[in-house]
Design a protein around this ligand. Structure first.
Ligand code: COA
Ligand code: AMP
Length: 638
């Protein structure tokens, strides 16, 4: 470590010199039923098993203990929903009552420790109540983001085999109601595994039809139920499974271990985000993503904060001043969102006219993650808000920050373009293809030396081999992050690109492989490729290339529209797949490998040398022309 600041170095070194002691000390922030006798067991798996002989309950730590500490009247959740014009405050006492009632009803209906429950809900308090209630009885939740289509939900049902599904009747997107119930019904038809029952939270914007003998109304289901004790689970028992994109259409079920999750989130709130009990924290994300799990729900509640649950968009609900209104109205100390949200606001209010309308004195910091924070956006946010703008890097797999700027230990110098430095628990290296450490200032694959710290994934749900193949095989002794970048001479880490087929669209992680699998199902498509091309607002967006079967003589535009529709139907609107182009052939090397990175360079008008291995250069001209028709590849640089 060459970072020249004392407090951070001391903290990091205290982890390096005695990780066991470091994580046992951190575990004291959690109320255990049985305190673990050791932190790490590395004999079970190279990634490590944390707090395995401890007994604990997540919901108890997020709710009960604050009520027991006399904080019951404090506000746990502020629900602010410009799309329904609703605002509501829920105290810890009220949350305790609501969570107990649902947990008791779930238990009475046969849900027990280790059972899975899928939660398919919009951004309403009932989503958080559901997550906490499932955790209370030691069951495992798997939240599915509302922007996914029925097919994606079906894939997750088949993978985690939920005994129950808790869903909302609808989500509300600006200008349209997204009816969840027909998607849920369709998913259950498509899935081979059938849940025993569903609990439906009816929103007044759209009442869903309930199926006799399978669907319960949220309120009727809970009638007569009051409370149930939190069920202690082992430190390594999963609290949740969260599916994330891999390189194929089959998403990866990231498993979150209970003990490490609690410890890492409480450690991070204090040391990284500089947030303590009673503060108001706002993560403007969605409960369907890992940011939502960690920073809308669990971390703020575990340490006794007030969390803001915002159902709206940064712009258009109703204007680009919404974020500033929420901050000033609810006294938000820290905001956490994806850079895309700020790009959207900047696009509509570059001069910050809406910023001036609100008193933002309460705001002390802005945290950005989920995608690369481009310097323009960071500098604009700094100028508008006059607070530290902290980029930090993490993944669904880790559940919390890997590389960041630990404001709670000591704010470090911000280098725009870098999420700063590794957090205790993370030994980051940059490796070349042979697995050799390339040292400083050199590009390579970013890897983390094993074991991984508490809270990170110990495996993928029901897919141990895939877990090893995806993360541990390429670089023995290291976890492969899938990101490429470098470490500079001062020890700052830079995250520059993915090394796999994952793209990042508006902070949402998506698989181009999954989209290709959908395109390939179209009867006229012989071959296809999907690439992520740079986008001013969303960072990246997918563009598909399709080659048609010989003999197909329908209009290319018709087929292009059909495949766009197909991706929306099969993956969901969240894929933002709006452009497909028909071309004659895909550019390939002589050995048959599709030259995706070359296609991205053409789209981005980047200068490059035509690869010597390409089988036919004319195809690059065809791609350039096709992209040009869709507003990409403005100039030709090859
Ligand atoms: N349920 C149903 N549909 C959803 C949805 C949900 N929960 N969330 C998004 N969608 C739909 C949108 O309506 C949109 O549909 P459309 O193609 O019919 O317009 C599509 O999915 C793409 O959504 P999104 O990527 O959010 O784009 P957008 O144009 O609606 O909004 C931003 C653009 C920048 C305002 C928006 O992406 C945003 O606020 N991003 C913030 C970043 C963020 O929350 N990241 C999460 C990880 S931290
Ligand atoms: P997700 O699992 O959805 O959180 O996505 C994780 C991926 O998003 C990472 O592997 C990175 O590719 C990207 N990512 C997240 N945070 C950052 C960041 N601060 N800078 C650059 N890329 C990021």
């Amino acid at each position: 470590m060459e970072v020249s600041t004392l407090e951070y170095i001391n903290e990091y070194q205290s982890w390096v010199s005695n990780p066991e002691e470091y994580w046992m000390e951190a575990a004291k922030q959690i109320d255990w039923v049985k305190f673990p006798t050791y932190a790490l067991n590395s004999s079970r798996s190279p990634v490590g098993s944390w707090y395995e002989d401890g007994l604990v309950n997540t919901c108890y730590n997020a709710v009960d203990r604050h009520v027991a500490d006399g904080m019951g009247e404090n506000i746990a959740i502020i629900y602010d929903s410009p799309v329904t014009e609703t605002k509501k405050k829920i105290s810890y006492n009220e949350l305790f009552t609501a969570v107990n009632r649902l947990a008791s009803a779930l238990s009475a209906n046969g849900i027990k420790k280790g059972d899975r429950c899928i939660i398919y809900m919009p951004m309403v308090p009932e989503a958080l109540i559901s997550m906490l209630a499932v955790a209370r009885i030691g069951a495992i939740h798997s939240v599915v983001f509302g922007g996914f289509a029925a097919n994606e939900l079906a894939v997750r049902i088949d993978d985690c085999k939920p005994k129950a599904i808790i869903a909302g009747s609808c989500g509300i997107e600006p200008g349209r109601i997204v009816e969840y119930k027909p998607l849920l019904d369709e998913a259950i038809v498509q899935a081979s595994f059938k849940p025993e029952f569903c609990v439906i939270f009816q929103r007044e914007e759209c009442l869903a039809e309930l199926r006799t003998n399978r669907d319960y109304d949220w309120f009727e289901f809970q009638e007569g139920h009051t409370s149930i004790d939190a069920v202690p689970v082992g430190g390594m028992d999963p609290v949740y499974i969260l599916y994330t994109s891999g390189t194929t259409g089959q998403p990866k079920g990231v498993v979150r271990p209970t003990g490490g999750h609690l410890v890492s989130l409480s450690w991070g709130m204090k040391n990284h985000y500089n947030i303590t009990k009673g503060d108001v924290f706002w993560a403007a994300s969605d409960v369907g993503w890992v940011v939502g799990h960690s920073y809308i729900v669990y971390a703020p509640l575990i340490i006794g904060c007030t969390t803001v649950l915002f159902e709206g968009k940064p712009v258009g609900t109703p204007d680009p001043g919404t974020f500033w209104r929420v901050i000033s109205e609810h006294n938000v100390k820290s905001l956490f969102t994806a850079p895309t949200a700020f790009r959207a606001i900047k696009r509509e209010d570059s001069q910050g006219e809406f910023v001036k309308k609100y008193d933002l004195k309460c705001l002390e910091s802005l945290f950005l993650a989920g995608e690369r924070a481009d310097p323009d956006t960071v500098l604009w946010a700094q100028k508008m808000l006059s607070v530290p703008v902290v980029d930090h890097w993490w993944q669904t797999e880790t559940g919390s920050v890997i590389v960041g700027n630990p404001l709670g230990i000591e704010p470090l110098e911000i280098k725009v373009g870098s999420p700063s430095v590794p957090m205790p628990g993370y030994h980051i290296v940059v490796l070349d293809e042979s697995g050799k450490d390339v040292g400083r200032e050199e590009l390579g694959a970013i890897a983390i030396k094993l074991p991984l710290p508490p809270g990170t994934l110990p495996t993928l749900w029901d897919a141990e081999k895939r877990f090893h193949d995806s993360y541990l095989k390429t670089f023995p002794g290291y976890y492969e992050t899938g990101d490429a970048g470098m470490i500079d001479k001062d020890g700052y880490v830079y995250i520059l690109a993915r090394t796999d087929d994952v793209i990042n669209v508006a902070g949402h992680r998506l698989s181009t492989g999954a989209m290709e699998e959908v395109l390939a199902t179209h009867s006229d498509v012989a071959e296809c490729a999907v690439i992520g091309v740079p986008d001013q607002l969303k960072g990246e967006i997918p563009v598909g290339f399709i080659c048609l079967n010989s003999g197909v003589n329908r209009e290319p535009e018709v087929i292009e529209n059909e495949v766009v529709k197909l991706v929306r139907e099969r993956i969901g609107p969240v894929a933002s797949f709006k452009t497909a182009v028909v071309i004659n052939r895909l550019p390939k090397t002589r050995s048959g490998k599709i030259l995706r990175s070359t296609m991205v360079k053409i789209a981005n008008s980047e200068k490059f040398k035509i690869p010597a291995t390409i089988d036919d250069r004319a195809i690059l001209d065809e791609i350039h022309e096709a992209l040009g028709r869709h507003g990409y590849a403005k100039t030709k640089n090859f």
